[in-house]
Ligand binder design. Structure first.
Ligand code: RB5
Length: 156
């Protein structure tokens, strides 16, 4: 599995820990930055990771900012992205089992480093349950298509 990972300045320290974890698990990854604690804008890095996942270039993504809120908002703008902000093991597990989240979002100012690492491990190792949950995800995808059609009709 190839993972695209990115953060803003608030998530920079935690990204280093998550990168170490990905290395130790031999998970292939693309580091989309940021590369220092200097202040940056989270949409720029949320976009980089989301483009990799939305295009299929990476199977999944991990985004980190201060609260996880801004990165979630950015990622969920992109087609085919289902980004989940997870702060505990249960949300990490359910984000995979029921909603097949392909982007994990972490709030570096909200959770500790050890919790973040456990969340990542759970999120990487939990499969999607499919079945009735696939039907619901198909409805999200149909809605995404419908909104695109609505938009293009409005602009004609
Ligand atoms: C940066 O100060 C902070 O606003 C950002 O990391 C994030 O928490 C936004 O949601």
């Amino acid at each position: 599995m190839k993972i695209a990972i990115g953060c803003d300045h608030a998530g920079f320290d935690l990204k280093k820990d998550i990168l170490d974890l990905l290395h130790s698990l031999s998970v292939e990854h693309i580091d989309c930055g940021t590369d220092s604690a200097e202040s940056v804008d989270y949409p720029d890095f949320g976009e980089k990771v989301s483009r990799h996942v939305s295009s299929g270039d990476a199977e999944r993504g991990i985004l980190i900012c201060g609260t996880g809120l801004g990165m979630s908002m950015v990622a969920n703008k992109f087609p085919k992205i289902r980004a989940a902000l997870c702060s505990d093991m249960l949300t990490a597990k359910m984000s995979r089992l029921h909603t097949d989240a392909n982007v994990l979002v972490l709030g570096a100012r909200i959770i500790g480093k050890e919790m973040a690492k456990e969340i990542v491990k759970t999120w990487l190792n939990t499969p999607f349950e499919g079945d009735r949950h696939q039907r619901r995800i198909s409805k999200i995808e149909a809605l995404e298509e419908q909104l695109k059609t609505d938009e293009s009709q409005r602009s004609q």
